[in-house]
Design a protein around this ligand. Structure first.
Ligand SMILES: [Zn+2]
Length: 850
């Protein structure tokens, strides 16, 4: 082998420093990380007695939650005329959800008033009640007059999340009306039948009374949004109108002395996603009317958690200390005196909760008293900083600087740089942590630094690579730049798309000076460059109002005849680019494979399980064939596997995803074997070697994130987040089970192909002898740096959210590249053994010959 497979950083100090940094960050990762993902601390008991327990504001509540209802569209009379007419006689609330816009975390906040933590985004399908008293479970067991009979009958219908939160079927009837992701109307239709029946006074089976406190969570709208998009999607608009009619029939039957609330759990992006913290997803509407509700008012700045105070307020129940919410009092028709009494009641509960936090060693707010109502002092979505986390981070970074100092000091040549090197590490970390913590006031510097830092690093690493002079200062500067760019939370790896595009332009320019066989063909570079530029200039939805990558993915997932035809052409061209990437490619074979790929969009658009399973069977055959050929030791086994993976991607994510992935693959493979090949050859000087290694590490990361961005997974190159699980397209999850796919199936069919291709990227680098070690090192430094800075982020929920996903993603990439490195080591070891055997065999032969 001519290139060195595992060329590590030549400088021993540098390597040791990286290892030390990662080890030093481990306590933060576990202690602070654990704190941030742990359930919110909350008092399990304690309540403030209602000031007017004998004068409930109404005799019943009907709350309807429309899953995935956008605030702007629900409050538009064009789509929901009847609902909007009714709220003229009531109050409209502008509600904001917490940043994790998943159904389970939102519903949990609506119901219990306990803040959801980031880990609950991962726990979407099995939410657990925190075990606190809340308005709904109080309503189900409250007995004001002490006659031994509960005052209210609470009943729930619709979505499973409520079923999991209130599992006590002895007292709370629940009727599930939902048949999975492809249930657009059936479940809701049934839900309304149940609701009408309850409103007409019919008790649920096995219960004596008809519910007078009802929660109806209807899921069909969310499914329609996921499938067809929301904004300007006729299906979504149609569903809103249908819901408007059906709901109005229910409102006709609601007794006059009940209060009605209509809201949604979260909004949706235009293309029908949720899960991230974009404003359009976090905004939800609140329609309220009935006795004692103010008429024609608009209440702003309502947090979704505040809705948990409503049952206590409306039914005259105690207010649990656990509910972290403020009653939207402006929505009620109250005298000034009543207003003050209710507000004091609400505040007393808040102070009691704060006292409980103080008594139990949790973060609390200093100086709250019942005498003075100071809502501004209360935290919003903050988790609350802890001294212990700060201490661990501070200790870690001091330890790390000391370590660097010691290592430099021991080396005679580097001795005099010891103070500089140690302070550089300390300063880089302090700047990073300081700016992040003061993000709100330093936003002017905070966001640009995340872009400039990594670009500067890329430029420096290229610059030093070609210079012979070994300057120690430059060495330290490059090391510090690398350290800073990697640990800075705001660093956006997607911006590397810019240097990647520039280097492709350079390759095009240099082509004329080089031998034909040593350069990457134009037919690979030009499509790739075009895709990169489209992503670079046209993926910022917020600035342009559209994003081409996302639009194209969405368009090629469409079943309209035009879209299907264009998808087929795109799939054909993509496969052709890929199949003809080598100069000696076989045209007839390439045409045959491309034609097969072009049929996939047509087959998917048949919307039929039989056709789906025909394709899935084909895929399985492909994988089996690849395994058999591998076992037989044939060369093309991996090629068969790759085509199967691309076919799966085209089925599930559409032809555009196939075009992006296959073009990128073909072009990058060729670049690695030609123009970028000299990068894998070691450089003489220490500085040049460091620069080369950083480039070696950055390039795979740049390519990976550019690919990810070109799949419509980012909201623009300047957007604050690289990684957003809320952007995943899960439409392909319906393939194979069009009527009622399970969550597992939707994830398997929807997300797995793109994960598989993501893994295949690392394999592409590795098969072309690209040392993945450096990318692994950079990502590990990033993971360690982010963990250390978690300690300053609990007051910044959006930062926690970003760091959390970046960290998770970093760890996933580390795991994949790490596994490949281990696999290669094992292969080499095995190859060594075989070689040893061959040697000893030949010895024997020689001996025999003698
Ligand atoms: Zn959803």
């Amino acid at each position: 082998m001519e290139t060195r497979r595992f060329s590590l950083i030549s400088n021993k100090q540098f390597r040791q420093a990286i290892l030390a940094f990662i080890i030093i960050a481990i306590p933060s990762f576990f202690v602070t990380g654990n704190y941030i993902v742990a359930d919110a601390p909350v008092p399990k008991e304690g309540m403030e007695e209602n000031p007017f327990p004998d004068q409930p504001l109404s005799q019943g509540i009907l709350m309807i939650v429309l899953d995935g209802g956008r605030a702007d569209m629900m409050s538009d009379s064009e789509f929901m005329p009847k609902l909007n007419a009714r709220v003229q006689e009531g109050a409209y609330l502008e509600i904001e959800t917490n940043p994790i816009t998943m159904t389970a975390s939102c519903v949990k906040e609506i119901a219990t008033g306990v803040p959801s933590r980031p880990n609950e985004g991962l726990n979407n399908f099995h939410p657990v009640h925190p075990g606190t008293p809340d308005g709904w479970n109080l309503a189900s067991t409250h007995d004001q007059d002490g006659d031994g009979q509960y005052d209210h009958q609470f009943g729930i219908l619709g979505d499973y999340v409520w079923q999991d939160l209130y599992p006590d079927r002895e007292i709370i009837p629940f009727l599930k009306h939902r048949y999975g992701h492809a249930d657009f109307y059936t479940g809701d239709e049934e839900g309304f039948e149940t609701l009408y029946s309850w409103l007409q006074g019919n008790p649920p089976n096995g219960y004596e009374r008809a519910p007078n406190v009802i929660v109806a969570h209807l899921s069909g709208l969310d499914s329609v949004g996921h499938r067809y998009g929301s904004f300007e999607a006729p299906e979504y608009e149609e569903k809103l109108r249908w819901l408007d009619d059906k709901m109005d029939i229910a409102f006709e039957q609601v007794p006059d002395d009940w209060i009605v609330i209509v809201t949604s759990d979260h909004g949706l992006t235009d293309s029908g996603q949720h899960g991230s913290d974009e404003p359009i997803i976090r905004e939800t509407p609140g329609f309220m009317w009935g006795p004692n509700i103010a008429k024609g008012v608009k209440v702003k700045d309502v947090a979704q958690r505040d809705l948990a105070t409503l049952p206590s307020m409306i039914l005259g129940l105690p207010l649990p200390h656990a509910i972290s919410g403020r009653i939207p009092l402006d929505a009620f028709n109250l005298t000034e005196e009543q207003y003050e009494i209710y507000e004091q009641w609400n505040w007393d509960a808040a102070v009691e909760r704060n006292n409980w936090m103080e008594d139990n060693g949790h973060p609390y707010i200093e100086g709250l008293s019942k005498d003075e109502i100071e809502w501004d002092k209360l935290r919003g979505d903050e988790i609350g900083m802890r001294n212990i986390d700060l201490a661990i981070s501070l200790g870690a970074i001091v330890l790390f600087s000391a370590f660097i100092y010691r290592n430099f000091w021991r080396d005679d040549k580097l001795k005099r740089y010891a103070p500089i090197a140690a302070s550089c590490a300390l300063i880089a970390f302090s700047i990073s942590a300081y700016i992040s913590y003061n993000r709100d006031t330093l936003a002017k510097y905070y966001y640009p630094l995340g872009l400039i830092g990594i670009l500067f690093l890329y430029y420096m690493s290229r610059d030093t690579r070609n210079k012979d002079k070994n300057s120690s200062i430059k060495f330290i500067l490059l090391g510090s730049a690398c350290f800073f760019a990697m640990i800075y939370p705001e660093t956006r790896l997607t911006i590397l798309l810019i240097p990647l595009s520039l280097s492709l332009i350079l390759v095009l320019e240099n082509k004329m000076f080089m031998e034909k066989d040593k350069t990457t063909p134009k037919r690979l570079i030009i499509p790739m460059l075009a895709l990169l530029l489209i992503t670079l200039f046209y993926s910022d939805h917020r600035i342009r109002g559209f994003a081409i990558p996302r639009k194209m993915i969405y368009y090629t997932l469409n079943y309209e005849p035009n879209a299907v035809m264009i998808s087929a052409i795109i799939a054909f061209v993509a496969t052709l680019i890929y199949a003809l990437r080598k100069r000696n490619s076989n045209w007839p074979v390439a045409f045959a494979i491309s034609s097969v790929m072009a049929t996939l969009p047509v087959l998917v658009s048949q919307d039929s399980n039989t056709v789906d399973w025909f394709m899935i069977t084909g895929l399985i055959c492909g994988v089996v064939a690849s395994i058999i050929t591998k076992l037989m030791g044939k060369e093309n086994s991996y090629t068969i596997f790759q085509y199967s993976a691309f076919a799966w991607l085209i089925m599930s994510w559409g032809a555009w995803a196939g075009l992006v992935s296959m073009t990128f693959y073909a072009c990058i493979e060729s670049l690695m074997q030609r123009e970028w090949k000299n990068l894998t050859v070691s450089n003489q000087t220490g500085l040049g070697e460091l620069g080369r290694h950083i480039t070696l590490g950055l390039l795979p990361i740049a390519i990976w994130f550019s690919w990810w961005a070109s799949l419509g997974q980012i909201d623009g190159i300047l957007h604050t987040r690289d990684i957003d699980p809320g952007n995943l397209f899960l439409k392909g999850g319906y393939i194979g089970d069009r009527l009622s796919p399970s969550n597992t199936w939707v994830f398997f069919m929807g997300a797995c192909p793109v994960i598989l291709i993501g893994i295949m990227w690392w394999n592409l680098f590795r098969m072309n002898n690209w040392p993945l070690m450096m990318a692994l090192v950079l990502l590990s430094v990033r993971a360690a740096g982010l963990s250390l800075q978690l300690s300053v982020s609990p007051s910044l929920p959006r930062l926690v959210f970003k760091i959390g996903w970046d960290l998770l993603f970093c760890l996933l990439l580390i795991a994949v590249s790490g596994l490949f490195i281990l696999y290669d080591k094992w292969l080499i070891k095995k190859a060594g053994e075989i070689q040893g055997k061959i040697k000893s065999n030949s010895l024997e032969i020689q001996l025999n010959d003698n």
